[in-house]
Design a binder for this molecule. Structure first.
Ligand SMILES: Cc1cc2nc3c(=O)[nH]c(=O)nc-3n(C[C@H](O)[C@H](O)[C@H](O)COP(=O)(O)O)c2cc1C
Length: 237
């Protein structure tokens, strides 16, 4: 296995608390941002700005931002769940329901769970992370010939992956937090950070050094499951 293969395979979501007192060094941050900078983007538009937040006070203010879980999220989330390790291994896609509170994974209780949910502070998502990278874009600047700006969003994804692989190579854990893009959260975070009204938050990377093991059951489809050789429907390569 060469170095690129190794880092690709070792990269994973780190969903455990991070050590709040172990900062990510400026030098490592610059290397991660440099990797993002060299990502491919549609028409080389480089359609992003990144707000690096590692000031404890600012992290605390962001952490106090509150939002509630929506029934829509719970229902869409449910579609991707498996309820045992065996089921997940068989399905090869999605995530384990055990990651969520019981009421979130029971369709008969979702409406009530959402209605009764207390607003949750972002600290519960940030979980001690000493550094956030908040990736924003300008929705007015669409990539050419790109319906719904799909190429623009793909470009933001390329930036994400480049930064994630670089973080991995530096021994820094990362979790994507898409909750920052939820309208209620986005509005408050934009206010705290002075992000111009016209920009939107795409996603946030939570960086740091984990407390405890980040290992969990990760599954993928086989190459044959998604590859069609020379003609759609011809399996395998
Ligand atoms: C666009 C995007 C949004 C994601 N949002 C979240 C998120 O909000 N929370 C989270 O824990 N993981 C999030 N993830 C990570 C995926 O759940 C994860 O990559 C997938 O389950 C595969 O697991 P792995 O990263 O450990 O390989 C996101 C990934 C992408 C590409």
């Amino acid at each position: 296995m060469n170095e690129v293969q190794r880092i690709i395979q070792e990269r994973q979501s780190a969903r455990v608390p991070f050590d709040a007192n172990r900062k990510v060094s400026k030098q490592d941050l610059r290397e991660i941002l440099d990797a993002g900078r060299w990502a491919p983007t549609a028409h080389n538009m480089q359609n992003y700005s990144i707000i690096v937040v590692d000031d404890k006070e600012v992290l605390n203010v962001i952490g106090n931002t509150k939002s509630r879980i929506s029934e829509e999220f719970l229902r869409e989330n449910y579609e991707q769940l498996s309820f045992s390790k065996e089921e997940l291994v068989k399905k090869k896609t999605g995530i384990l329901g055990a990651m969520f509170p019981p009421a979130w994974v029971d369709p008969s209780k979702m409406a009530e769970a959402a209605r009764k949910s207390e607003p949750m502070p972002l600290t519960q998502s940030i979980r001690g992370s000493p550094c956030l990278l908040i990736v924003v874009y300008d929705p007015q600047k669409r990539a050419p010939a790109s319906e719904g700006d799909v190429f623009g969003f793909m470009s933001l994804g390329c930036v994400m992956e480049n930064m994630w692989l670089m973080a991995q190579s530096l021994g820094i854990s990362l979790q994507i937090l898409s909750t920052f893009a939820a309208p209620v959260v986005e509005k408050q975070v934009k206010q705290v950070l002075g992000i111009p009204e016209t920009l939107k938050i795409a996603y946030t990377c939570r960086l740091g050094y984990p407390q405890g093991s980040t290992k969990y059951l990760r599954v993928r489809r086989e190459i044959e499951d998604f590859t069609h050789y020379n003609k759609f429907g011809n399996k395998g390569i």
